[in-house]
Design a protein around this ligand. Structure first.
Ligand code: SF4
Length: 454
């Protein structure tokens, strides 16, 4: 009888990838994924430490799960409750102190050992937040199920940059790059199981420097060119990048590698040189502007995205205006912006010049208004154009599919399920606030339409 596994994933795409790999690791033990925690034999919270009050949200969720676990036990069954990811790494034993009904606490580098933990937990609670010498990637099995038309593939983890607001170097550890051969093998398996688009993931993905097949270190640009040779792989993306690791070779790849999509998420965080220095970003606002110029020279139609933090300690009105100016200069297709919030253990958290919350809120509203304007303008440019859309999943309405344009825009199209997984030519009819809607590019029966799908 299969055992039910429920995983709740918080945060970034790397956690989405990790959750899928946890499912793979537990599949040989008979665990099958389910959509709800009720009645599950194992519940994993795969947590993220990036957002505000991340740990408190996890403790609240653990409080909600407690009655479910007790109900199972009263019925003579059991439920293993596990907390993984970056909050688990940061909190460690504290999770069990505050929520003693948790059975397993494991960090992002330890999930390959979940089968051992499941056995060990029969005897005692497990806390495994070490950074093992062996890499988890060497111990992961193949994928237990197809990943769908668009899949993530983690190629790099950890970060050595130590931005003063960020917990990643403490929770994910130092930079590690997977060997090229392992990545190619995983990519080939994904394509063979029906994946057309792969997004290469890393906390600092363009710092990638994995062992190559020729025994030399391989850059991200070189890796992209090797992946582009895989028959059947139609689209490649990568995220998240640091401006300092955006080298000429990688910029050239955007001009020369057809399957590399014209979209780049390149966080800048602030437009103020003073704040950038205090964040330890090690580049200026003008360095970033010049970089954007070089990227656009290589790939003029590229859609650019970024992350911004407003209200970093000591940020003045003038600093914030510099951020608005940078946004106006660059003109983004999309961007994510957040209020600065203190992360315990990071240098910026201890500063005594924290910006008041109401000031942060007002700045965030202004910045988001500007970014929304730019996103709308970018989306409007695509109206009446025909775009290749990879149809990834069903939409909210019956008979509707949702896919992504090359520029990462979500596109809604009326189409039968048989179109799932195809790249179709879609004429964009309307730009909605956060997505596009379109129709198949040429009139005709569904048989004719299928001629436009590749
Ligand atoms: S480069 Fe990114 S992951 Fe690394 S410390 Fe800075 S913000 Fe965090």
């Amino acid at each position: 009888m299969p055992k039910k596994l429920f995983i709740k994933t918080y945060g970034c795409q790397m956690n989405v990838y990790d959750s899928a790999r946890m499912t793979d690791v537990l599949a040989p033990l008979g665990y099958e994924p389910v959509e709800q925690p009720d009645g599950a034999d194992m519940v994993i919270l795969n947590t993220c430490h990036i957002r505000e009050k991340a740990a408190e949200k996890v403790y609240s969720e653990l409080g909600r799960l407690r009655p479910l676990k007790l109900a199972r036990e009263e019925a003579g069954d059991s439920m293993i409750l596990a907390v993984g990811g970056c909050v688990a790494q940061a909190e460690g034993e504290e999770v069990r102190r505050r929520a003693p009904w948790v059975d397993v606490v494991f960090g992002p580098q330890a999930y390959h050992r979940l089968p051992d933990m499941v056995i060990e937990v029969q005897r005692r609670a497990v806390v495994d937040t070490g950074f093992p010498v062996e890499t988890k990637f060497d111990s992961l099995p193949g994928e237990s199920s197809p990943r769908g038309p668009a899949a993530f593939l983690t190629i790099q983890e950890g970060c050595d940059k130590f931005c003063t607001f960020c917990v990643v170097p403490y929770t994910r550890g130092m930079e590690y790059s997977r060997p090229v051969a392992d990545i190619l093998a995983e990519a080939r398996r994904l394509v063979a199981s029906g994946t057309s688009e792969i997004t290469l993931l890393g906390q600092n993905v363009n710092a990638y420097h994995g062992d190559g097949q020729n025994g030399q270190l391989t850059s991200l640009a070189r890796l992209i060119r090797e992946l582009a040779e895989i028959d059947g792989l139609k689209r490649l993306r990568y995220t998240t990048s640091h401006p300092r690791d955006m080298d000429n070779e990688l910029i050239s790849a955007h001009a020369e590698v057809d399957v590399l999509m014209p979209y780049l998420h390149l966080p800048v965080q602030s437009g103020s040189d003073q704040i950038l220095a205090e964040m330890n970003r090690r580049h200026s606002a003008d360095d970033y502007r010049h970089l954007i110029d070089r990227i656009r020279a290589a790939r003029p139609d590229i859609a650019l995205s970024s992350d911004f933090i407003v209200g970093f300690p000591g940020e003045t009105d003038a600093d914030f205006k510099s951020t608005l100016k940078l946004v106006r200069d660059v003109e983004y297709a999309s961007a994510y912006s957040f209020r600065y919030s203190q992360r315990p253990g990071t240098p910026a958290a201890d500063r005594d010049d924290q910006v008041p919350e109401d000031v942060k809120a007002a700045r965030l509203t202004e910045l988001q208004g500007l970014i929304d304007q730019q996103s709308r303008a970018f989306n409007l440019l695509t109206v009446d154009q025909t775009l290749d859309v990879l149809l990834e999943r069903r939409g909210r309405h019956a008979g509707q599919l949702v896919g992504r344009s090359p520029f990462m825009q979500a596109v809604h199209v009326d189409a039968p399920d048989s179109y799932l997984g195809r790249i179709a030519s879609v004429r964009i009819d309307a730009a909605l606030p956060n997505s596009l809607s379109g129709s198949f590019a040429e009139e005709g029966s569904s048989e004719d339409q299928s001629a436009h799908a590749v």
